[in-house]
Design a binder for this molecule. Structure first.
Ligand SMILES: O=C(CO)[C@H](O)[C@H](O)COP(=O)(O)O
Length: 229
């Protein structure tokens, strides 16, 4: 089984958590994209009723609308039943690094408030400690990017301003901000670092999601493995 097949497998498994009348936070990225398309099919086939998606990004919103998932915005809902999203790293305590897709701020706003936060990954995302493979994306106010990059040296982190691929200059997030990708040596206390980074003036949000995930579904060659906190 290749990585794409594993992503599809966990996306299919995630559908089992969706019931009629639910508000579902829709994550960003390639794994969640499979989930959104499959959810749309179920809604279109009348296998699910009165399910609304709450997108975490323009990517999720556009895909949901194309796939037949009706969308709502955060200020229209009283509660979020479940949120489904991918991750870039998952440690043994189910702390996460997210934000490769630069959607971390809206993802955290929605996933923090969801009744259940369900994470979908393939086995390559499991790490012994956060920061093992991936930098921590930090969304910053554009005017402050250079000073924050320097201030991150206090944490022994080296940060790079994320540059666009099909765009000249820096990536601009859905909220109009920049992203610094900060490589830390080893993140010993994710919750502490998450709070400390958000205390730097000019930081909007960072990609450490400590103590938020409830369930992680891991796609492996042997099938789906469920990890729970
Ligand atoms: O945090 C994210 C976007 O901001 C994604 O959920 C994360 O990067 C995982 O993406 P993929 O499923 O494509 O590997």
């Amino acid at each position: 089984m290749n990585t794409e097949e594993m992503k599809k497998l966990v996306a299919k498994e995630a559908l089992k958590y969706i019931e009629d009348d639910m508000i579902v936070g829709l994550g960003t990225g390639s794994t969640t994209a499979y989930f959104i398309k499959m959810l749309g099919k179920m809604i279109m086939n009348e296998e699910l009723f009165d399910v609304y998606g709450l997108p975490t990004s323009y990517q999720a919103r556009i895909l949901a609308l194309e796939s037949g998932v009706p969308v709502v915005s955060l200020d229209e809902v009283d509660a979020i039943d479940i949120a489904v999203d991918g991750a870039d790293e998952v440690d043994p305590h189910l702390n996460l690094i997210k934000g490769r897709g630069a959607a971390l701020t809206m993802e955290k706003i929605i996933e923090y408030r969801a009744g259940t936060f369900l994470v979908l990954v393939d086995g390559s995302k499991l790490v012994e400690y956060l920061g093992q493979k991936m930098p921590v994306p930090i969304e910053v106010i554009p005017a402050a990017w250079r000073v924050i990059k320097e201030e991150l040296e206090v944490f022994n982190a080296t940060a790079e301003l994320r540059m666009g691929v099909k765009k000249d200059g820096p990536v601009v997030t859905d909220n109009g901000n920049f992203i610094l990708d900060a490589k830390f040596e080893r993140i010993e206390d994710p919750l502490d670092l998450e709070i400390e980074l958000n205390n730097i003036p000019g930081v909007v949000e960072n990609g450490i999601f400590a103590d938020i995930a409830d369930i992680v579904l891991v796609g492996t060659k042997e099938g789906v493995k469920k990890l729970e906190r």
